[in-house]
Design a protein around this ligand. Structure first.
Ligand SMILES: [Zn+2]
Length: 123
């Protein structure tokens, strides 16, 4: 089993379109079963394109950043200038890399318990 994504959001740095690659009917059925018993909401991690900065270049961003353009308030900008806080952008609704890897670690642990992933031999 392998977790992969090919691009990240240019605004909030979350992985875009994460997917699990498996081989074999048993592994695919197990991944479907695990998604059912421990669901993860990754619809906000879908890839969209938007104009960024000046110019006509488009860059990939997540659905959450596409629908809700993050704009910091004047109070947040003032507190950043005074050094009271560093990050003024609101938190994205997309799943971060850490959350997705935590979920995938649980999937691997459950697959090891069920004997779907065979340990590598040392011989
Ligand atoms: Zn984003």
């Amino acid at each position: 089993m392998q977790l992969s994504w090919y691009s990240i959001c240019n605004v909030c740095n979350v992985p875009l379109n994460p997917k699990i690659c498996t081989r074999g009917k048993d592994n695919k059925n197990f991944v479907r079963y695990y998604k059912h018993i421990r669901p993860i909401f990754t619809y906000n991690n879908e890839k969209f394109y938007s104009f960024m900065g000046s110019g006509i270049k488009v860059k990939p961003i997540c659905y959450s950043c596409f629908t809700h353009k993050p704009r910091p308030s004047l109070e947040a900008l003032r507190s950043r200038e005074l050094g009271q806080c560093r990050n003024v952008l609101p938190k994205s609704k997309s799943k971060s890399e850490k959350e997705i890897l935590h979920w995938f670690g649980g999937l691997i642990r459950e697959a090891n318990k069920r004997g779907l992933i065979k340990p590598k031999s040392t011989f």
